[in-house]
Design a protein around this ligand. Sequence first.
Ligand code: GN1
Ligand code: MG
Length: 371
Amino acid sequence: MSIYDFNKIIEIAKQFDLTSIITDAERFGSGHINDTFKLSTGNPGDRSYLLQRVNHDIFKDIPSLMNNIYLVTNHLKNQFKIKGISDVDKYTLTIIPTKDNKLYHRDDEGSCWRLFILLSDTKSYDIVETTKQAYSGGQAFGQFQKQLADLDATQLVEILPNFHNIDFRIKNLKDAVSSNKADRIGEIPDLLDYVFERELKMRRILDLAATGDLPLRITHNDTKFNNVLLDQNDNVQCVIDLDTVMPGYIAYDFGDAIRTIINSAAEDEIDIDKIVLNIPLFKAYSEGYLSEAKEFLTDKEIESLMYGVLLLPYMQAVRFLTDYIDGDAYYKVHYPNHNLVRAKAQFKLVDELEKHEEELRNILELSLVAQ
Ligand code: GN1
Ligand code: MG
């Protein structure tokens, strides 16, 4: 269990308000930020749980983060109840509190741990395979935004300020280049040129926002496709990873989902020739998303969706590149130049998206009238 001792995990599990006895723990999932474990009792019929150590180098205000998740999941559960759905825990995350009724446990070393019910019989995909999966993913995030539309956004703390603000991300990149902490900038002048050539174009969402044309809504902000759980028939079941739910522009959620759906290869593919667009999946996600979101989106928001599609892979590349230059301080890496490989893969995706921009815009327009 790498840096974690199995007994420590079992001890932490005991801090939570569970009637069953946890005997098994294993590493789980592919997230880049938190550490996740699956806990079970060893009895096949029993429920399993997800234990997570929240990365407090990145998330500085864990009480507010957990309170956000509590507010959001409660709101979603109420929305499902209004629809007449009784087993609401199947469709949202459920926090298991600690024995002293807190939303998380702080251990002796200052790490914070939280526990969720693990949703059994669900599937998540790092790479989307079928249009059915893509359509369901679109429905899931469209429904998620719709259901949160009447939650008072002022109750939520902005957990990572400027998270999707491209000006902030470019400034971080420039700062990283100036500090050159890990002595790595010799290798990347072409990539920096690529970023700066596109800087103005990638500000289009900020420009629309500055004129007051884009409403701030409660958005997910980490809409990687593997943050949707589908059921065994690939229908929507649950949106997960709620750490970054906060006010944002809907184009960011749309663009980040497309970033992971339209790419025929992995986010960190080394052979960039394998990175091509899977356009039928784009169409399917757009149709699923708009089937839910059409009723609340403004015309300007619809215009902004395509800007998000280009921006999110670009911004992700800027973030990976910044972390590479900084010496891999933020994302977990599995080999020395992993962040550079990730950045190059995302830049290749931007190339492909730019080549097909008109085609994708037309598909979006047709998806809108198809609803
Ligand atoms: C991080 O940890 P994970 O995989 O849920 C990151 C996202 C990135 C993503 C790239 C808080 O998400 O913003 O899009 O990696 N989360 C944070 O794979 O920075
Ligand atoms: Mg995440």
